[in-house]
Design a protein around this ligand. Structure first.
Ligand code: FE
Length: 354
């Protein structure tokens, strides 16, 4: 009898204890969710600090979540994440170009993003099919031409660059650059591999010189008359236009941006984007930061700072981009550019794009 009484009391005590612990844990979860005391998120960013830091500071003042930022070249960060393995402190990886986001995914360095409020903000074209990366801004790879170019009206489509008319007049950087690889991947996606190979081969035969230098160097080459057409990302032109260096401003003054394929599929688009690291310890905070980056104010600040295009509908573009007017964009799913990257690299090798 005494034994039964003890057992019953013990059982009741256990239930009470479980209830107390459950209530206590609910309360502490609720509390930390509100103030984020001691919460943090660790970013590995291929983008320079000044292009993201003010936005991260706003995130911290809004949420209380501390942001630790490490910036370096994107591919060096990928190597670092790979060698750090499970002990990597990285929660969020920020980089440019879908080809590189896809590289991170193929290396097994990212995980599925499970925040559905993020997914509904973007067109599916700008989200990885396995939800391992999402876009935060858009950029256009297009041409900058000499203002003096007499036959500029003949240049309407990227495919026009294959004509004999442009022999010895095109400057572009090397084929190991990811921007060019994604551009060629878009040609394969739009035309099929055989036709894309012919287009790329004819394009290469019109190069003014062996590919060298970055995108800005191609614009400078046009301004100096070394070529008439430079294949570049649009924001480099704006960077030169707003540069503190007179030489760069002069190069921009002598040249102009043209958007191609405006009467058909639209201009070739690429992105900057983010993914959550495979071994992230602060997944909730990483999700919260991604959501913040997709808020209208953040999108407008980010787009204005980088002179890129926002990825959410109602966000405004920078003054200069709005003065350029509406641009028709190629609505190709960016997933295809990642998938076709290996084909693009081999194709460029075959046609002798150095
Ligand atoms: Fe760039």
């Amino acid at each position: 009898m005494q034994n039964t009484l003890f057992f019953m009391n013990y059982k009741a005590l256990r239930i009470i204890l479980i209830l107390i612990f459950t209530l206590a844990s609910l309360n502490s979860y609720g509390h930390s969710g509100a103030s984020h005391a001691d919460e943090e998120v660790n970013i590995y960013s291929g983008r320079k600090g000044k292009l993201i830091e003010p936005m991260l500071e706003k995130f911290t003042s809004k949420t209380g979540i501390k942001v630790n930022l490490i910036t370096a070249k994107s591919d060096a960060l990928l190597k670092r994440m790979e060698s750090e393995g499970k002990s990597s402190p990285a929660d969020l990886f920020i980089t440019v170009d879908v080809g590189r986001l896809d590289r991170a995914k193929r290396m097994g360095l990212l995980q599925k993003i499970n925040n559905f409020s993020i997914m509904t903000k973007l067109s599916p074209n700008y989200i990885d099919k396995d939800r391992e990366w999402i876009s935060v801004s858009k950029r256009i790879r297009t041409v900058v031409i000499s203002k003096n170019m007499k036959d500029k009206n003949d240049l309407k489509n990227f495919e026009d660059l294959t004509r004999d008319q442009w022999k010895g007049r095109i400057c572009v950087r090397s084929s190991n650059n990811i921007y060019n690889q994604s551009l060629v991947a878009s040609l394969i996606a739009n035309h099929g591999e055989k036709k894309a190979e012919k287009i790329t081969k004819d394009l290469v035969s019109n190069f003014a010189r062996k590919p060298s230098g970055n995108d800005r160097a191609q614009i400078t080459a046009v301004s100096k008359g070394e070529c008439d057409i430079a294949i570049v990302n649009h924001y480099y032109y704006i960077l030169m236009l707003n540069s503190k260096e007179p030489e760069k401003r002069k190069a921009a003054d002598l040249t102009e941006v043209i958007f191609l394929n405006q009467d058909n599929r639209g201009a070739h688009v690429n992105i900057s984007g983010v993914g959550i690291a495979k071994y992230a310890k602060n997944v909730n905070n990483a999700n919260e930061l991604i959501s913040f980056m997709l808020e209208k104010d953040s999108q407008e600040w980010y787009a204005k700072t980088n002179n890129e295009y926002p990825v959410i509908k109602d966000a405004k573009v920078s003054k200069i981009l709005s003065s350029w007017g509406d641009v028709k964009l190629d609505e190709l799913s960016l997933n295809k550019l990642g998938d076709l990257n290996p084909n693009a690299v081999k194709l460029m090798d075959r046609v002798g794009w150095q």
